[in-house]
Design a protein around this ligand. Structure first.
Ligand SMILES: *Cc1c(COP(=O)(O)O)cnc(C)c1O
Length: 384
């Protein structure tokens, strides 16, 4: 099916699984176990921790969307990331960004560091800093682009070139854009992880993850680890993500349309000091975004003028944007990195990363752009 266009793959891969009744939609198989035809033969599944037909259908779909050879769908994005890290062993050194997702930072800097893994957290916007961090123990590079919450980009091709030169495994967290807008395999990445909680499911009713591979040795290892640790997602969650993914293309288009309209209004509004959105020509990574992304996505942040009070006024005065963490759902959300998503960072680390007490992050949903712009403009006008 890989010759089909992306939107068609979203709808048609992982479907047609019911030869008994020809149901058009992939059935949910909640069965924990599957009986054997005889002592040597079963129909491809024996126990749901190891494999399940509904989960398998989702895995086929996500493999086709990213253009890999295999996928394992996991219980959360974090379990996908933990699984991917089993490609390494204690003593190995991994280079990553200084502004990666907070949960990933906690896993790397705390849990895995205490088990003997070594990490360097560098500004990956500058590939030379990545090159400079390489040691004889370096085995991998972990890429996340765009970053959260300030939407800094990493030049994926430049980083994978360094990885290939030094025979390092390159991994990318592609959650923020989804394969509709960015396909890291096309730029030489070896392993892709997703929090399917976000755009892939898209309806804020599942937590899930996925690891997608393009080399057989990685596929074998990931599959072994997911079974050994018991991290596979439930059949019901797999079914929901498979349903969500069918509308990924049209949803991302609608998300982006709203994000661009909102970014333009914010950029022109006197109560806003700065907007962080790669779709704006003034964004420092605008050209890179045009090169490696098929669109600019629907996450943006901005700093309000004034002080913390103005930020609070905006965050609590909105009607259409709910005050909540997470992102990628059809409904618009705002959140305050200072006390919410990035509260586990020290104050100093937040300021070093460029996050201020006036920074607001927005996950733009698929509501009509005019309504989103009007709601945001109303609270900003009141700030002056
Ligand atoms: C949400 C998120 C994760 C973690 O996913 P969960 O499903 O919450 O475990 C990892 N990376 C990024 C970029 C995310 O946004």
């Amino acid at each position: 099916m890989s010759e089909l266009n992306f939107e068609t793959r979203c709808v048609h891969v992982g479907v047609d699984k019911d030869s008994a009744y020809n149901s058009c939609i992939t059935p949910i198989y909640p069965s924990s176990t599957f009986y054997w035809d005889d002592l040597k033969t079963h129909r491809g599944f024996d126990y749901t921790r190891s494999g399940n037909p509904t989960r398998k259908a989702l895995e086929e779909n996500l493999t086709a969307l990213e253009g890999g050879i295999d996928c394992r769908a996991t219980s959360t994005g974090m379990s996908a990331i933990a699984t991917a890290m089993y490609l390494f062993k204690p003593g190995d050194h991994i280079i990553t960004g200084h502004d990666i997702y907070g949960g990933t930072y906690r896993l790397f800097a705390d849990l895995l560091t205490s088990q003997g893994y070594k990490f360097s957290f560098v500004d990956m916007g500058n590939p030379e800093l990545v090159r400079a961090a390489i040691t004889p123990q370096t085995k991998g590079i972990w890429i996340e682009t765009p970053s959260n919450p300030l939407l800094n980009l990493v030049d994926i091709a430049a980083i994978t070139a360094i990885a290939q030169e030094h025979q390092l495994i390159s991994l990318a967290d592609n959650t923020f854009l989804s394969p509709y807008l960015q396909r890291p395999f096309e730029f030489g990445v070896d392993v892709i992880v997703h929090s399917t909680t976000k755009y892939l499911n898209g309806h804020s009713d599942v937590v899930g993850g996925a690891v997608i591979t393009r080399h057989q040795e990685h596929a074998d290892r990931i599959s072994y680890v997911v079974n050994a640790l018991g991290l596979g997602c439930s059949p019901f969650d797999a079914w929901l993500v498979l349903r969500g993914v069918k509308t990924l293309g049209p949803r991302m288009e609608a998300h982006q349309k709203g994000a661009m309209a909102l970014a333009r209004m914010l950029d022109a509004h006197p109560a806003v000091e700065r907007v962080y959105y790669p779709g704006l020509e003034t964004h420092p990574d605008h050209e890179l975004a045009k090169r490696q992304q098929r669109g600019f996505g629907a996450m943006l942040s901005f700093d309000v003028q004034g002080s913390r009070e103005q930020a609070e006024q905006v965050l609590t005065g909105l009607k259409l944007f709910q005050l909540a963490e997470s992102l990628g759902g059809v409904e618009s959300l705002v959140e305050y990195p200072e006390t919410m998503s990035h509260a586990s960072m020290t104050l100093e680390a937040r300021r070093n990363a460029g996050i201020s007490e006036r920074t607001i992050r927005v996950s733009v949903g698929i509501e009509h752009p005019d309504d989103l712009v009007a709601d945001m403009k109303r609270v900003l006008d009141a700030c002056r």
